[in-house]
Design a protein around this ligand. Structure first.
Ligand code: SF4
Ligand code: SF4
Length: 287
């Protein structure tokens, strides 16, 4: 299991004059000192050293972070405040001082295997992959809020003649919300169940960027071995830009579109160019 060295970053942040507070959406939204990366890191380092143990009030500070990595990009030392706070939340859970909402989440996962109360296992299937076939792993958010999303992805990939099958596991979520909540033991047990479901796959393409990072990086950090290689879905889409260009409308686009990089896709997985290549192809009028 990989152990992240967090203490150096926490110390750096603790002495930093809040140089990245403008980049942190939690600090901006809340407009409070407590939500600044510096303050949150001070709580984390004091808890880790035992200088000021966590109580319910200090533990709540650790949850004022979306793990979006925005400050990592802004920071000249590239400190990952998100990784630090996720680890510190694990201490809060162990000490029994995590916010009560965390227990609600734990119970929800125990009941449905996801952060949703609906049973998402009925909204797709776990395929039996043939050699070379890619498993499409849907985000539980899509299954919950857009049940037609997975069928649409499969229809889209049919156009590229890529051999794909659905890879909806039971439990139907990668488990990241457990890790983000500090429920580390539950996350590891959950991840092992997901990995067992995927043992026959050679490769999976993962719809959600956060799920792709969890399956491809966090599982290994927590000692869970996944048989298939993991790629974000956009990699498969970006391999077929010619096909998308063929399908682009013949009329020139009359609207302007804005693209927002998902945090995990851009900052964690480094996929900046791939989604833009797909969008350019879709919107480019053929000659
Ligand atoms: S992440 Fe970097 S810029 Fe932000 S508080 Fe820590 S050391 Fe300062
Ligand atoms: S990871 Fe995002 S929410 Fe958390 S401290 Fe950094 S910028 Fe703020």
């Amino acid at each position: 299991m990989k152990t992240l060295d967090l203490s150096g970053g926490r110390e750096t942040c603790s002495f930093c004059p809040k140089l990245c507070r403008h980049a942190c959406p939690a600090a901006e939204a809340e407009g409070s000192e407590q939500a600044t990366p510096t303050f949150k890191q001070q709580v984390a380092i004091q808890a880790a050293s035992g200088q000021q143990p966590l109580d319910a009030e200090r533990a709540r500070v650790l949850y004022k972070c979306a793990d979006c990595s925005a400050t990592t990009v802004a920071c000249r030392h590239r400190v990952s405040v998100g990784d630090s706070l996720l680890e510190a939340r694990g201490q809060a859970v162990k000490a029994g001082v995590a916010p009560p909402e965390i227990q609600v989440l734990a119970e929800r996962f125990a009941a449905t295997g996801s952060p949703y109360s609906a049973d998402l296992r009925r909204r797709g299937t776990l395929g039996r992959p043939r050699r070379g076939e890619i498993g499409i792993y849907p985000a539980c958010t899509t299954l919950a809020h857009d049940p037609g999303g997975l069928p649409r992805i499969m229809t889209l990939l049919d156009l590229t003649q890529t051999e794909v099958t659905t890879a909806l596991t039971d439990p139907p979520c990668c488990g990241y919300p457990l890790l983000a909540a500090g429920l580390v033991d539950a996350f590891r047990a959950h991840a092992k169940r997901v990995a067992a479901c995927l043992k026959d796959f050679e490769r999976i393409a993962v719809e959600g960027a956060g799920c792709a990072h969890t399956l491809g990086v966090r599982y290994a950090e927590h000692g869970v071995r996944l048989a298939p290689t993991v790629a974000p879905l956009v990699d498969v889409l970006a391999a077929h830009t010619e096909r998308w260009r063929d399908l682009a409308p013949s009329e020139p686009a009359t609207k302007r579109y804005a693209y927002h990089d998902p945090c995990a896709l851009g900052r964690r997985l480094g996929r900046i160019e791939e989604p833009r290549a797909v969008l350019r192809a879709v919107l480019t009028r053929p000659d």
